[in-house]
Design a protein around this ligand. Sequence first.
Ligand code: 4AD
Ligand code: MG
Length: 480
Amino acid sequence: MFNKRLKIKALLASDDTGFEATVMGWVRTFRNNQFIALNDGSTNNNLQVVASLGLFEETTLKRLTTGACIKVTGEVVASLGKGQKVELKAASIEILGDSDAEKFPLQPKKHSLEFLREIAHLRFRTNTFGAIFRIRHSLAFAVHKFFNDKGFIYLHTPIITASDAEGAGEMFRVTTLPLDGSAPKNDDGSISFKEDFFGRSTNLTVSGQLEGELAAMAFSDVYTFGPTFRAENSNTARHLAEFWMIEPEVAFNDLEDNMNLAEAFIKYVIDYAMQHNKEDLEFLAQRLEEEEKQKPLAERSEMGLLDKLNFVVNNDFERLTYTEAIEILKESNHNKKKKFQYLIEGWGVDLQSEHERYLVEKHFKKPVILTDYPKNIKSFYMRLNEDGKTVAAMDILAPGIGEIVGGSQREERLDKLTARMKEMDIPAEELNWYLDTRRFGACPHAGFGLGFERLVQFVTGMGNIRDVIPFPRYPKSAEF
Ligand code: 4AD
Ligand code: MG
């Protein structure tokens, strides 16, 4: 019954007429008791289905409500309507699923993104979210294509781990122990995880990097692409508690190779979306332009979405050290006029997103790669530089987003790594397996992590990260 279905995208792409076709999809609108705008998700463009007057029972026509699912067979004919070459002249209409017009929350009008977030199970059926999730798909596909074409191995790292790869302590615990106070206890009153499912304390992974490094010491070039979890209480438009991260790890790469790989990667996936999602990007560009018109002139962005993406693909990212960035920030008028919430007074402080955005959006007006951060604000595994106070780290900052990539060359020297772990109170016994790579055939290597949702945000121009993942998880929210 269903296998003869023609996708609306394919139907609209050709100007062939005079043949019979069957389409299925959801009614967006039904006008004048005659014209159905039908969408099946293959494209944002609706197919116009014409239910000629007098041909269908009144009872059928009544059921052609917004949201209803139907199957239509008819002849593909040239369309007189504007904006489409062909339309379908319905010979038969079958209602596959009714949709009560009174109760269906999506009406053919503009809904706010906040409202749509509350009905995330239905928002796929809007133009905006149709476009976003087709682009998200393309970007995910492009990620795999980029690395596969370069001979990388896709590594599936564990979701449940016993380590805190970032050492930031922002982990969700995984346990089967009872929470009612009856969990087994140690002599000192603390919970005995020996009795827990894994016989130890476990959590959801914050990063697949450490396991990625193990595999890079055999395959040379690997990457992970999977969900990661952070219990940071950040209620912002750029943080999720569950997000997807891409983490390449490459043996024999130094920091510069790492930057080159990250820059080429970002340009490749953006270009891929521009080649394969033209219509959806144009739709979102238009949407953004209208949104921008609501803002005061001074706050509007100088470039439209497509110009911005083109610009990023075709221009080198600015590369500078943390130390140079601090100088720029310290000397900036913004700092002198005390416009930063956190004023830059000297070397060593962590950059806040206001500083990152100043560098990218005001100073350089392009993506920026910052390198060689103070060791005290970075993770234990980053390679110590000659100066003894900075590490071979790199963050990539993108306009409108801030940090999109975090990475580094790794500390491959066992003595330096264990010394650093000691300084940071990271117990070596727990990471013995990780240290083994430094004991047996260690080599210089580097990698980075790119937050997939931040990339999707950048490409779609969406202001809130909760709108680029199907079902966002954030503090006090895990619906659907
Ligand atoms: O900078 P982060 O914490 O780096 C790591 O996890 C390293 N292990 C990566 C590596 O070197 N293999 O996170 C990497 C990226 C950030 O730059 C950001 O894009 C994204 O992950 N990210 C988040 N995205 C959404 N919500 C959050 N809460 C995020 N935290 C990090
Ligand atoms: Mg980071």
